[in-house]
Design a protein around this ligand. Structure first.
Ligand code: SF4
Length: 433
């Protein structure tokens, strides 16, 4: 391929050539995740009535426009994920989480009965959509859907249980600058969509029973997650609130899935409580490594716990779960977000790698998601284009090198690593290992 200088195609092709150690599949996936995709109407799903699994909005919006500006995609949902293959680069199967952006240079459209991905009008890949799982066709006894209560992502690998749809870090002085969890809750409620703030334990168990019954062997793990709890929910502090779901799930389905919890970095006794309930992987997400940026981008975390204590608790948790089973996430790209971020890609990479080395030297391998600049967040509003693609591409190589330097394995609970095999859909870190 050869593209006109200054176009998105030229940018992607240039990076593919300059970083031959990173597969073209991963370069493209990162660009799709930071940019979003436009969908022709014919490429949208029939929601829960068709053959394609629709986007569930499993926690954040992960869209580059508010629901009210998505056009047809606000009524007829796009697919949860897409799998790319073939095309001029002969792509191996690459699974990408769907982030909708009607202004994107990437477009999915139907041509001669087949879905195709194009960039600035040039064909790039065949698009395969995830089939509607049988368990989505059944509802709970109270009429709620499995898609809303216990959606699955990563091509069906992971059951995503956002049991608290709101975060108690509230407003500009507390909410993480990249996070639209609270806004997303409001926009879905306003649109009249079912979107439960606190999911009853019984609903979660009933939805899991449907998955257990009808799943054809795809689901392997569940993640219990939601917003941070700084006071209580249902009268319970954070560890007890999330713990009650873990306890109930593991009592009812002992060892059926790999249990994971995403929560604040809690004191060791609380981490132990999760472990005792049967949770095997803990994600106390540190979001961004740099000290100044952490306090500016995650002011709630700084205020309620503090960066140093957050990091200490991550390492304490490694005593409880074993270092390989503590996997804190960071949001790749926010290091470069205006107005606070680093001025250069080099500085951002150096800082992020310092964080990787810090944790990995203790046997803890973080993982990352690719920042989606959602427009209703402060960082998304100021940086609609996200972070430079080159940062994302370089980070993939740096992450792989850091794992090798510390003699660590790919993190558990994400399925198989490798280009053409990975199912983790919100960054390509598993695609390049
Ligand atoms: S802790 Fe931050 S990232 Fe997590 S839900 Fe709250 S505001 Fe969002």
């Amino acid at each position: 391929m050869s593209a006109t200088v200054g176009t998105r195609s030229a940018l992607v092709e240039d990076l593919v050539l300059r970083y031959p150690e990173i597969p073209a599949e991963a370069v493209l996936k990162e660009d799709l995740l930071r940019t979003g995709i436009a969908f022709d109407e014919a490429a949208l799903t029939e929601n829960l009535d068709g053959e394609v699994k629709p986007k569930s909005y499993f926690i954040f919006s992960f869209d580059q426009k508010p629901l009210t500006e998505l056009g047809a995609a606000a009524v007829q949902r796009p697919p949860e994920e897409i799998a790319l293959s073939g095309g001029p680069w002969e792509l191996r199967r690459t699974i990408v989480s769907v982030r909708v952006n009607p202004d994107s240079p990437y477009r999915v459209a139907r041509a001669e009965g087949e879905l195709r991905l194009s960039l600035e009008g040039s064909d790039l890949a065949k698009v395969t959509t995830p089939p509607m799982p049988e368990y989505y066709r059944h509802t709970l006894s109270n009429g709620k859907t499995v898609m809303e209560t216990a959606p699955t992502i990563e091509w069906g690998y992971l059951i995503y249980l956002t049991v608290l749809r709101l975060c108690q870090y509230f407003g500009a002085k507390e909410e993480c600058g990249f996070c639209d969890i609270n806004h997303n809750w409001r926009q879905h409620r306003r649109a009249g969509r079912p979107y439960t703030g606190v999911k009853p334990v019984e609903d979660v168990l009933e939805a899991l029973a449907l998955i257990d019954r009808y799943d054809d062997g795809h689901t392997h793990a569940y993640t219990l997650t939601g917003g941070s709890v700084t006071s209580t929910v249902d009268g319970l502090p954070e560890a007890e609130f999330y713990g009650r779901y873990a306890e109930a799930i593991e009592e009812r389905f002992p060892g059926r899935w790999i249990g994971k919890v995403v929560a604040q970095a809690l004191p060791k006794a609380d981490a132990q409580r999760f472990k005792d309930y049967g949770i095997s992987i803990y994600h106390p997400n540190y979001e961004v490594w740099d000290k100044r940026l952490f306090s500016l981008i995650s002011p709630g975390k700084e205020r309620y716990v503090g960066r140093e204590e957050w990091h200490r608790r991550i390492l304490d948790a490694a005593d409880v779960f074993g270092p390989s089973h503590v996997i804190p996430n960071f949001v790749a790209g926010v290091e470069l977000a205006r107005p606070f971020g680093f001025d250069s890609i080099d500085e951002a990479i150096a800082s992020t790698v310092e964080g990787l080395d810090y944790f990995m030297s203790h046997g803890v391998a973080p993982r990352f998601t690719t920042w989606c600049p959602e427009p209703t967040t402060p960082l998304g509003r100021d940086n609609p284009g996200g972070a430079p693609l080159e940062y994302h591409v370089r980070l993939l190589g740096e992450y792989r090198d850091a794992l090798a330097r510390h003699d660590l394995q790919p993190p558990p609970g994400y399925g198989e690593p490798g280009t053409g095999r990975a199912v983790f859909s919100v960054s390509s870190f598993m695609d390049v290992l």
